[in-house]
Design a protein around this ligand. Sequence first.
Ligand SMILES: Cc1cc2nc3c(=O)[nH]c(=O)nc-3n(C[C@H](O)[C@H](O)[C@H](O)COP(=O)(O)O)c2cc1C
Length: 133
Amino acid sequence: MPSAINAQDIQVFVVRKDGAYLYLPKENQLKPVSKADLRSAVAGRQAFAATAPVSLVLVSDHSKFGNLPAAAASRMGAVDCGYVSQNICLICTALGLNTVPRATMDTDALKKALGLGEQYDLIMNSQIGYPKE
Ligand SMILES: Cc1cc2nc3c(=O)[nH]c(=O)nc-3n(C[C@H](O)[C@H](O)[C@H](O)COP(=O)(O)O)c2cc1C
């Protein structure tokens, strides 16, 4: 997966009814980070999104960009996030799953619940589920 200066700044959090997890790509494992149901915080003002069984929250860790000026880090993080978000759309389509990429979410509540500090930018989230029959 490409990322600006190969910063690999995008973290993927998996949010389900039973809690939230950080995806560890090298280990291909999920690390539990919260036992709370954060789906409403991910949904924000779009309640329908809270009904999805799985949401993925895409977060850029700006500290990975080193001394890059804040505006540039923000731009690179957004572009990097776009690649990940697009790949989620592609794999869901390939697997016959429904998904929607959204920027809407309660970022303050999520940051607090996921223990994310100032350097983390919550950019996009995706709801994933089976198509209605
Ligand atoms: C950067 C970005 C942000 C988006 N944010 C939201 C959002 O907050 N809520 C939402 O319902 N859809 C969101 N969308 C989805 C678009 O509204 C949707 O892709 C567009 O309406 C086209 O619909 P389609 O993908 O079903 O063809 C977002 C899409 C992108 C690319």
